[in-house]
Design a protein around this ligand. Structure first.
Ligand code: DGP
Length: 222
């Protein structure tokens, strides 16, 4: 089955694009490890995949975000929200090119983090969603589900701005308000290999659908 997914675009005959797959969840839910594992797995199956993450701290905007997250700078909540969104917008056309030329993107956080973290501060959820309109819609959102308390037990948080139990509880509430039935919710408290296996199955199905020509769409769905 895997080799059938290895798409060839020779002669531009075969409809083939990569999938946009987003992993979301609280801090310490295991997203980053699972994203890396997924990319290795897909590559092993002959599916070209890249690991992406937001915020992308390498750009000018990303450096402002990094300074904010490490408490080196202070910014109004609305301002930082728009900067997080800008950080996704500055990558939009590259993402689209990658997808169209057959690369599957495994993305560690996306617009859902943008909305969940700002709504957790009390900003209106519709206002938070607005700047994300027109970004590429993921073909799959996988949510690594863990309680804030359990996540906090995992080796502790670092020193960044949002890594506090009380705030993570509010983020969890925002994710609950934001999620819909299309999300694949995975119990992140299972052994790491079980989480990995569950993700592999849905991701391969999603990549297959995209290779068959599922159109690229934009946010938001509803
Ligand atoms: P990470 O590099 O995944 O550890 O993310 C850094 C922190 O930034 C983490 O606490 C989650 C938060 N974050 C990620 N994306 C966004 C966003 O779009 N908006 C806001 N407000 N916070 C975000």
């Amino acid at each position: 089955m895997a080799s059938n997914l290895n798409c060839s675009i020779e002669g531009n005959k075969k409809e083939c694009r990569g999938a946009l797959i987003v992993l979301e969840g609280l801090d310490r839910s295991g997203k980053s490890s699972q994203c890396s594992r997924l990319v290795s797995y897909l590559e092993g199956q002959g599916i070209h995949a890249e690991l992406w993450r937001f915020p992308d701290r390498t750009t000018n905007v990303g450096q402002m975000l990094s300074a904010y997250l490490t408490n080196a700078s202070q910014l109004d909540d609305h301002t930082i929200h728009l900067l997080f969104s800008a950080n996704r917008w500055e990558k939009r056309s590259l993402m689209e090119n990658k997808l169209k030329t057959g690369t599957t993107l495994i993305v560690d956080r996306y617009s859902y983090s943008g909305v969940a973290f700002s709504a957790a501060k009390g900003l209106d959820i519709q206002w938070c969603k607005a700047p994300e309109i027109g970004l590429l819609a993921p073909d799959l959102v996988a949510y690594l589900d863990i309680s804030p308390e359990k996540a906090a037990e995992r080796g502790g948080y670092g020193n960044e701005r949002y890594e506090k139990l009380e705030f993570q509880k509010k983020v969890a509430e925002s994710y609950r308000a934001l999620h819909d039935v299309s999300w694949k919710v995975v119990d992140a408290c299972q052994p790491i290999e079980d989480v990995e296996k569950e993700l592999q199955e849905v991701v391969v199905d999603c990549v297959t659908e995209c290779h068959k020509g599922k159109p690229i769409s934009t946010l938001w769905y509803q």
